[in-house]
Design a protein around this ligand. Structure first.
Ligand code: DAH
Length: 444
């Protein structure tokens, strides 16, 4: 016999009788709702790295993401992301010195990842209607603050401070698909180098006959304010620097190619691809810094280049790390493999256990305003690092109702131990009921 429980509200003056199981369901729903909305007791504010932010309708950051802030994996001694960072920093230290032999590039690896939308977008000339500003793409604290989506967010501030050669390493955050090479938090390194006219043309000796700036036309090879010489000299310096970096990381024989690209803050822009195990792999984006960005940052008399690279991407190739979730593992069987004195030591990761996966499916009618990233965030929020992959395997529109149906395989696999089917089912059911409540999906 199920126990009945009487609930009443003193404030609103109602009372209601419920079965124990019904009460349990309501309580679970309240907990899930609360958990998915905040980690603080105060539901109106978010507290991140000691600062408070008032929630508003744009807030979409989740507790699982908040947990990652401040972990600074790239600063943990001998973490693979730290090893790769040190390899790159050593390359810049060894090859770029100023006239008094000190390293030319200043390094920043602990800048707060909470930035303003102005830093992440406006300072980089990202247009108001650019798709990267969509709520479905990034994590917003409110309409003014977000988690940086790239380390480029700090370019303008550091240039304003008067720096003309710097590296920024940090965690960046993007809402994305769930698979072995995508994780909503990853790490980037940004590099910027600015030149005065004398510096850029130093190897010509007498620079009085070369023109640095002009009022010309923008075309595929240059910006309005740059002469063709200025643009070509910056391009050559940039490409030489990055080619040598790729050789330093992947060896002298690595094949590489430049691919034309577009970024709002550089022109011209390129991506560097390297041939890795028979396939072209994009390793970085780069280009000649837009002069408008430099003039807003008070450095209009200079020109320069910038690049941004993804550290996980490089580390996964260099150390043969098969799954991006491993970077967050605290298992000594993972960490011990990177415990070396010399960051240049060759390391090939040896998987310590490959647990078998459990794959559960779900198919549902999607509501009108549905963004796949909302669903992925619920999966990550509830399933955490147990979810290895979410794959959309079927999608159709019902001919009569015009409703869209999506069907997903969700692959669950623990990195360190085996999972039971019951454990997985409970998480899976939880994901579905939360998606029903929060997104309004209808299970088929
Ligand atoms: N911020 C870009 C990204 O995350 C990468 C990038 C491209 C950085 C070009 C740069 C650059 O500094 O010049 O995709």
């Amino acid at each position: 016999m199920l126990k009945r429980i009487r609930l009443f509200s003193k404030i609103h003056g109602w009372q209601i009788d419920l079965h124990e199981r019904q009460l349990l369901k309501i309580q679970t729903a309240i907990i899930i709702r609360k958990y998915s909305l905040c980690t603080n007791t105060d539901t109106r504010t978010l507290s991140i790295l000691g600062n408070s932010y008032i929630r508003d309708p744009t807030t979409n950051i989740t507790p699982k993401i908040i947990e990652k802030i401040g972990k600074n994996l790239h600063c943990i001694h001998n973490h693979p992301l730290n090893l790769i960072t040190r390899r790159i920093e050593n390359y810049f230290n060894d090859n770029y010195r100023n006239s008094w032999r000190a390293p030319m590039f200043s390094k920043f690896d602990r800048i707060n990842p909470v930035v303003t939308l102005k830093q992440n977008f406006d300072s980089l000339l990202v247009s108001r209607d650019h798709p990267s500003r969509a709520l479905s793409e990034s994590y917003y604290l409110n309409s003014e603050y977000m988690l940086r989506a790239h380390t480029s967010a700090h370019q303008s501030d550091l240039i304003k401070q008067g720096l003309d050669a710097f590296l920024v390493v940090g965690d960046v955050y993007r809402r994305d698909t769930v698979d072995a090479s995508h994780y909503p938090v990853f790490h980037q390194m940004e590099g910027v180098r600015l030149f005065s006219k004398q510096e850029l043309f130093s190897h010509l000796g007498d620079t009085s006959r070369v023109t640095f700036f002009e009022e010309g036309k923008r075309d595929a090879t240059k910006q309005e304010r740059h002469t063709i010489d200025t643009s070509l000299f910056i391009e050559e310096d940039l490409k030489k620097t990055l080619r040598n970096l790729a050789n330093h990381l992947f060896g002298e024989d690595v094949e590489m190619q430049w691919v034309d690209a577009y970024f709002p803050f550089t022109h011209p822009s390129w991506e560097l691809e390297i041939k890795y195990q028979g396939e072209w792999l994009e390793v970085l984006g780069c280009g000649i810094v837009e002069q408008e960005l430099l003039s807003s940052a008070g450095a209009d008399s200079r020109v320069g280049w910038a690049f941004g690279l993804g550290l996980e991407r490089l580390a996964m190739r260099l150390f043969s790390i098969p799954d991006i979730r491993l970077f967050w593992s605290e298992d000594q069987r993972f960490l011990d493999q990177f415990n070396v004195d010399d960051p240049n030591t060759n390391i090939t990761f040896k998987p310590f256990s490959k647990q078998s996966p459990c794959v559960n499916d779900v198919s549902f009618w999607v509501p009108e305003a549905f963004s796949e990233n909302d669903f992925y965030d619920i999966v990550r929020n509830i399933g955490g690092d147990l979810v290895e992959n979410v794959e959309l395997f079927d999608n159709f529109v019902h001919p009569k109702t015009q409703k869209t149906s999506n069907a997903y395989h969700i692959t669950y696999r623990h990195m360190e131990r085996s999972l039971t089917q019951e454990e997985v089912n409970e998480i899976h059911e939880n994901i579905i009921s939360t998606a029903v409540q929060e997104l309004g999906i209808q299970v088929r």
